[in-house]
Design a protein around this ligand. Structure first.
Ligand code: BYC
Length: 325
């Protein structure tokens, strides 16, 4: 259906409509589901919102892994709430994608068979409790940096979903910083674990913002359509500027010997991540890609009986064999 829909829209991209559409975007008027939109705009949004939704869902796996092993009841309750929030974020975003004419089942299948991506960061393992602090601090910190501007994205349903998500993300980042702070201020062994987590998560967190601007295929068009508000490099720089003082406060060292404040620019200079590693991870060759997709495929297969039951119930209801609620 998605492929059909995109094909059938190909004729709609006439120059007059395109000009009207761009004028709306330039005037900061939100685009709503029933409004005319260019085929490429719809396609880009389905890709970005779909990948974003999948990231929220797959992103539950590395943290979910530690719910049963959280060090205290309080930490367990907080982590449980956070992981449940991520499921909710995935659902808001699937709903936003559905307003573009693609079904949740269709994009889920595209995730499960590897046609659609999810954030590279979730292909790295969480090896110990300090990693859970690092994920909240750095991964959710990077996510907020990217998502706050997306509250102003031009597509109405995506923008509204982001407003709600951002409120919850700031709690996620704070709980992560609090957990890593506790480790950094703990025993020498705990501080060592916090430093090790920062060492392993620093560059993968920088990769979350996407390739450098010169290699970003979608940025120019997405920014002209105000789907994206900032470039990948702008957001990465903001993240570094915000996070380095936080690491210093914790007494931890960012694993970048070339990191230094540049007075003239008013920003930190920093080393780029290893982009060959990034492209390798997004092509399916990261440390956990196989496990993550296997876990999501298993969850989908295990849930088949629920979907079958719901469909059978709906069919009977339509046939008048069960009382309408
Ligand atoms: N990972 O032209 P570019 C969370 C792909 S969830 C994988 O710059 P674009 C959380 C990109 O798709 C956070 N792939 O792309 C959840 C494209 O390939 P395709 C998720 C990446 O779209 C649970 C190619 O590289 N946030 O925080 O203009 C627990 C070229 O890139 C990545 C979002 O999804 C990546 N990191 O910009 C805790 C935010 N980066 O599709 C936390 C919404 C790039 O042509 N998304 N690629 O095959 C965006 O803002 C943009 O899509 C991106 C990339 C900035 C990520």
């Amino acid at each position: 259906m998605y492929a059909q829909m995109v094909k059938s829209e190909a004729t709609n991209d006439d120059p007059e409509k395109l000009a009207e559409f761009q004028a709306k975007i330039d005037a900061d008027i939100k685009i709503e589901p029933k409004d005319w939109m260019p085929q490429g705009y719809r396609k880009t949004l389905i890709r970005q919102i779909g990948q974003h939704a999948h990231s929220e869902i797959v992103g539950q796996l590395p943290e979910g892994n530690w719910i049963t092993r959280a060090p205290t009841l309080e930490r367990k309750a907080i982590l449980l709430a956070k992981v449940q929030d991520e499921a909710g974020h995935g659902l808001y975003l699937y709903c936003a994608a559905e307003t573009l004419g693609v079904s949740r089942d269709e994009i889920t299948e595209m995730l499960l068979d590897g046609r659609m991506k999810y954030s590279s960061i979730f292909n790295y393992p969480t090896l110990n409790w300090a990693d859970i602090g690092a994920v909240g601090w750095l991964v959710d910190g990077a996510a907020i940096m990217n998502q706050v501007p997306l509250q102003r994205t031009s597509y109405g349903p995506y923008s509204r979903a982001m407003i709600r998500i951002c409120k919850e993300e700031s709690f996620h980042q704070r709980q992560g910083y609090d957990a890593i702070r506790k480790m950094a201020e703990g025993t020498p062994e705990q501080k060592k674990m916090a430093q090790d987590a920062l060492n392993r998560f620093w560059y993968p967190s920088l990769m979350m913002f996407g390739p450098s601007d010169k290699d970003s295929v979608h940025s120019a068009q997405s920014m002209a359509w105000k789907i994206k508000i900032n470039t990948n490099d702008e957001l990465r720089q903001k993240f570094v500027d915000q996070t380095v003082p936080q690491a210093e406060y914790l007494g931890l060292t960012v694993p970048d010997p070339d990191l230094k404040w540049n007075e003239e620019r008013g920003h930190y200079d920093f080393s780029e991540p290893d982009w060959s590693e990034f492209f390798d991870v997004i092509q399916g060759n990261g440390p956990c890609n196989t496990d993550r997709l296997a876990a999501r495929n298993k969850a989908w297969d295990d849930g088949q009986w629920v979907r079958d039951g719901l469909l059978a119930h709906a069919k009977k209801k339509r046939a008048g064999q069960v009382a309408a609620e």
